[in-house]
Design a binder for this molecule. Structure first.
Ligand code: NI
Length: 257
């Protein structure tokens, strides 16, 4: 049994066969999927999909979309947090690699969403790329609980997260030949470890270059188990329990049909 803690199931790439994708995940032993939003319209969509497939959703604005953040969007995201299908704020954070939104706008949207998470007692899904110094400064200041999603940051970001007892989620990047941070995979305490696909992006080996989907989270769990020298069964059980502890009992880990 596995939980895919981060999939953009609302993305266009799933329009042709979304129901089949969910079915394949279930058949592969993926008991639950968190449908992650990256904008205000995507939040509405994520909630709709969570309702349709009995999954969970997040509500938030990605750093790429941070230019769109304003008081109207903030109010809509906050209203969505009252929906019982919504289990987290985000994804939000900082991405200074692409800089699709100005950095100042990214920081404003991220700070506001950290504050929403804290106020609503919901974890915040954090995207962090090429922004370690500002990320460390902002995480140090927050009282929100959070998840470092698709972890690929440096040791300072990991250190602050582990000190705060945050969760750290690994994606298909750990299966790439270019992955060089096995130390981070081993450094996360067992009870803070999560796995995710980040589908439709970042498909793990041997699916690299193709569309990623929740069924592939198994390849990621297997690689994490190998790096940590633990049994795949233990990693599956532990990360599923952690998903419930992090996101709440809505992430019921059901027996696959
Ligand atoms: Ni994502």
């Amino acid at each position: 049994m596995l939980v895919d803690t981060h999939c953009h199931l609302g993305a266009d790439q799933f329009d042709e066969d979304r129901a089949a994708v969910v079915k394949r995940a279930s058949a592969a032993g993926v008991a639950h999927i968190i449908v992650v939003a990256d904008s205000e319209p995507a939040t509405t969509r994520a909630i709709e999909l969570a309702r349709r497939f009995d999954l969970s959703a997040t509500a938030g604005v990605h750093p790429h979309e941070a230019s769109a953040w304003n008081s109207n969007v903030a109010a809509k995201i906050e209203a969505a947090l009252n929906n019982p299908l919504v289990v987290a704020v985000g994804e939000t954070g900082l991405d200074y690699h692409y800089d699709h939104s100005p950095r100042q706008a990214q920081r404003v949207a991220f700070a506001a969403q950290l504050e929403l998470g804290e106020r609503h007692s919901l974890p915040v899904v954090v995207h962090s790329r090429s922004a370690d110094a500002d990320m460390v400064a902002m995480l140090r200041d927050t009282g929100a609980s959070y998840i470092l999603h698709s972890f690929s940051s440096g040791p300072e970001v990991l250190e602050i997260a582990l000190a705060a007892k945050a969760y750290v989620s690994f994606s298909g990047m750990v299966t790439f030949n270019s992955w060089s941070d096995s130390e981070a995979v081993r450094a996360v305490p067992a009870d803070r470890l999560l796995v995710e696909t980040d589908g439709p992006y970042l498909a793990p080996t041997p699916h690299r270059g193709k569309r990623n989907e929740p069924a592939f989270v198994r390849e990621i769990a297997l690689k994490v188990a190998e790096i940590r020298a633990e049994s795949p069964h233990d990693i599956e059980e532990q990360t599923s329990q952690n998903a419930v502890a992090c996101f709440g009992t809505r992430i019921q880990v059901k027996q696959p049909q």
